[in-house]
Design a protein around this ligand. Structure first.
Ligand SMILES: [Zn+2]
Length: 563
């Protein structure tokens, strides 16, 4: 069932002409600005208000298209915005930022709207370096070709011909013969495309390296960090983070793999069994969709009245589009309609237990967005991605003690244990991906064979407990369909940084839930007004780059799992 929402049905009167005229007027005003700080401040607020209208409109159009990808009108509205409106906004916003950055009233504006905002403006201006724009356009085209190759995959498993996501889904099938066959079929398909996939990656790495050299830098690494708006850490801190995973997480992950092997009735965990934990799977219809919203209300009520208030407002405003249906965009996300001050989420619930984790995750983003509504500059409403997932992943962890709102006590125990297991085994993979990318961009001239060898070396270092014997030829397959590696350099570690914060909230709540909920809400109100390390400090959390941050967390997980 669609979730009709009157606010989503507004006429699309926002034309490119209107946007151009509004921006032109703003620019004219800015160029003739009186020399009074108050005038600059008023200008900033008008500019910000118009950006909110555009952001709100873009979100509404995307949301409606995601609700029904077969809706040609919705699709056209998104295309028009992307092709006709977005480019105008990008050019004019870059000009406005340039003038604000150079203004002698910048200190006044920084005091009023935050120095961090102006740091972000500086970082954004860099990506507009004219010399690099053709390279960025080419990268976009190569990425589209890469996605096309993955999207066109036809993988034979049993008597079915499957897409890559569907074939991968079978690697978690309860029947080992199916898991193995699907895993081998994916491996063979990736191997058959290996020259092509290596080719795309080489072309991307070359262009990124060239972009860095164009700005006088030796490698792409610092530019990659700035592209992620990282203002308070660099590659040395990321290395310390990976060291922390190696020291404290890998040993527990290895124990989990031994427990998994035992449960599988095998001596070791073969690679096709990595994603299957016998004894933890819940029935596929364990959480009927029509019960999910009322059970979620029960859960949030038990956690904090403020959370319940936001949730109820969304249910009443039809801002939660929950159920999977034909034509709906897969996956889940949270978005904001900034001009209206509304927050919405979209899921694809089918009644499975993983729906619950997804709903709670997206509600974590939504809680942050509601609580961050007071923040004036649009750019500071969401934190950088390393911190943004603390609220969502943190809510997943904080919900664990009350997850009986959805499940029987027996199923709830399984759900909790599987969440902890999934988190522990994901962290070494995050370290593998992150270390690999640092090595790639430090050595951009390396050959495909050297890249595959380095991937396998890093895998053996971090992913202890997976037995490749007899299947070594497939070990270099995994990175070639990890799209982040191709499309979003250095992004992947953000999941780990956020997880280290989320787990600290979980650990704190074991001792004092009431106080931890207050800390959580404080973090939601901070939104993006602080950098990631400031956010960790505000949340009374240890820095993710302290190599011992995982020590107490893994000890707590080991206790919970009885390991
Ligand atoms: Zn998220």
């Amino acid at each position: 069932m669609a979730a009709p929402n009157p606010t989503l049905q507004r006429p699309e009167n926002l034309t490119a002409e209107l946007v151009q005229a509004t921006f032109d007027a703003l620019l004219t005003e800015l160029k003739a600005m009186p020399d009074e700080p108050a005038d600059w401040e008023q200008f900033f607020l008008r500019w910000n208000a118009f950006k909110k209208v555009l952001a709100g409109e873009a979100s509404r159009r995307h949301y409606r298209e995601a609700q029904n990808t077969q809706d040609a009108v919705a699709e056209e509205a998104v295309r028009y915005f992307r092709e006709q409106i977005q480019p105008i906004a990008e050019v004019v916003n870059a000009k406005v930022r340039e003038i604000l950055l150079a203004s002698r009233h910048r200190p006044h504006l920084e005091a009023r709207f935050g120095a961090l905002l102006f740091r972000y403006f500086e970082l954004e201006q860099e990506s507009f370096a004219a010399v690099n724009i053709p390279l960025i356009v080419e990268e976009g085209e190569i990425q589209a070709d890469y996605q096309k190759t993955l999207g066109a995959a036809q993988i034979r498993v049993g008597d079915q011909t499957l897409t890559l996501p569907r074939a991968l889904a079978l690697t978690a099938d309860p029947d080992e013969a199916v898991r193995k066959e699907a895993w081998l079929a994916v491996g063979r398909w990736v191997q058959s495309k290996s020259p092509e996939l290596h080719g795309y990656y080489s072309e991307l790495v070359e262009r990124r390296h060239q972009r860095a050299q164009n700005l006088g830098e030796a490698t792409f690494i610092p530019m990659g960090y700035r592209g992620m708006f990282r203002t308070d850490y660099g590659p040395a801190e990321a290395a310390a983070f990976r060291e922390g995973i190696l020291r404290h997480v890998v040993p527990l992950a290895a124990k989990i793999r031994r427990m998994q092997a035992e449960a599988l009735g095998a001596a070791t965990v073969k690679p096709w069994n990595m994603g299957y934990f016998p004894g933890f799977s819940l029935a596929p219809d364990v959480a009927p969709v029509e019960t999910q919203l009322s059970n979620a209300a029960t859960l949030f009520a038990r956690l904090h009245p403020t959370l319940l208030g936001h949730f109820q407002r969304m249910v009443e405003g039809k801002l939660i589009d929950l159920e999977n249906r034909p034509g709906k965009q897969p996956g889940a996300f949270c978005t904001t309609f900034d001009d209206e001050g509304l927050v919405a989420i979209l899921c694809n619930s089918t009644g499975a237990s993983k729906d619950i984790g997804t709903l709670i995750h997206e509600m974590g983003h939504a809680f942050q967005a509601w609580e961050s509504g007071w923040i004036e500059p649009l750019e500071l409403r969401w934190p950088t991605s390393d911190a943004a997932e603390i609220h969502s992943m943190g809510m997943e962890f904080l919900s664990l003690p009350e997850i009986e709102a959805f499940f029987t006590p027996e199923d709830a125990a399984k759900f909790r244990r599987l969440k902890l297991i999934d988190t522990v085994v994901l962290l070494p993979y995050i370290a593998t991906v992150d270390a690999f990318q640092h090595w790639i961009y430090a050595n951009p001239e390396n050959t495909p064979e050297e890249r595959d060898d380095e991937w396998c070396r890093l895998w053996d270092l971090f992913m202890v407990g997976v037995d490749w014997e007899g299947f070594e030829e497939f070990q270099a397959v995994r990175w070639k369909y990890q799209a982040h590696i191709f499309e979003a350099p250095f992004y992947y570690i953000d999941y780990g940084i956020a997880e280290s914060g989320a787990m600290q909230l979980w650990r704190k709540a074991l001792d004092d839930r009431e106080r931890t909920m207050e800390i959580y809400l404080k973090l939601c109100r901070i939104g993006g007004t602080q950098s990631v390390l400031e956010i960790f400090r505000s949340g009374e959390m240890q820095s993710p780059f302290d190599p011992d941050v995982f020590q107490p967390l893994m000890a707590a997980v080991a206790t919970e799992l009885g390991l």
